[in-house]
Design a protein around this ligand. Sequence first.
Ligand SMILES: Nc1nc2c(ncn2[C@@H]2O[C@H](COP(=O)(O)OP(=O)(O)O)[C@@H](O)[C@H]2O)c(=O)[nH]1
Ligand SMILES: [Mg+2]
Length: 345
Amino acid sequence: MAWGAFDKLRKGLRKTRDGIVGRLGDIFGGRVRLDPETLDAIEEMLISADLGVQASLRITRSIEKRVKEEGGESSLESVLEVIRKDITATLRDAKPRIKVRSWDEAGDDSPKKKGKKGRKLEREPETVPEIRPGVPQVIFVVGVNGTGKTTTIAKLAHYYKQEGRKVMVAAGDTFRAAAVEQLTIWADRIGVDCIQQGQNADPAAVVFDALQAAEARGHDLVIVDTAGRLHTKSSLMDELGKIARVIQKKIGRDPETLLVVDANTGQNGLQQAKIFAETVPVDGLVLTKLDGTAKGGIVVAIAETLGLPVLWIGVGETVEDIAPFDPEIFARALFSDGEGETTTA
Ligand SMILES: Nc1nc2c(ncn2[C@@H]2O[C@H](COP(=O)(O)OP(=O)(O)O)[C@@H](O)[C@H]2O)c(=O)[nH]1
Ligand SMILES: [Mg+2]
């Protein structure tokens, strides 16, 4: 990652960093001593940044060990290093802890078809979808309303366009007129094609249309927006499953499904993510609005609870405000005091 990008990430994560690193610095004046009050204060700070109780306790124990090893007093930097190491490892080693469903189970309204293997499309679990000539890759974006799906689609479209991909977006959130308009405006601004059929259109039909157009015009990436109504699991499955099956049929494999979660919603967001991930097959997470929260530690809590990989993070409202997620860079951006790495760009 270029320095400019790291700087942006650091700025985006400022609130959380100030909440932890700033407070640690303020309270301990750069030195951390081995006493119960200090350890309690550290633990409390980690919990308040939404890292989750489990991670907070584990990290505090590691800090205690480090301070002991260093003779009862450590520098703030030494303590931050302990935190960074733990978080990097936790994020890197996250294993799915939820039962990952297949789209074939999703939204099939006839229960008798359950278990019927005939219509199942093959997907090798370890295969990352590659670009195949004439067959667009599809990114399917799901999540609760207001979490930042449409904005994330604009960011991804911009990102991939810059990478030289021929990108199309599909206005699959037909529930609100504003949603279609919002995506159209973004697409115009970024300079990518947008397929839409207005409000109340059948999202599956919109997506079918988009895939036809993508094939005809030679697009290699289609990013699909969806409505984020969180009602019952079965109606969520129905809605998304229907679109996913259109995609499966057209491209011969599953879409890459990204679940968008608003980092500001803390434990509630974690619950929402859990419902989605238990309902539809999610390949990875996008954590948005990390710039607006002092609780950026939620990334760790989510990775630990759901075990789903965080693939992207959103740190602002412009199309540039997205970064591919890298555990080590994230840990460094969040838990360093910034000495010696201030704005050089
Ligand atoms: N600060 C900040 N705002 C964001 C971010 N992502 C989205 N938003 C804002 O969140 C609001 C809802 O976003 P939208 O994409 O419409 O959510 P959707 O309903 O899931 O499609 C909008 O005002 C966005 O500008 C982010 O990373 N940071
Ligand atoms: Mg939207």
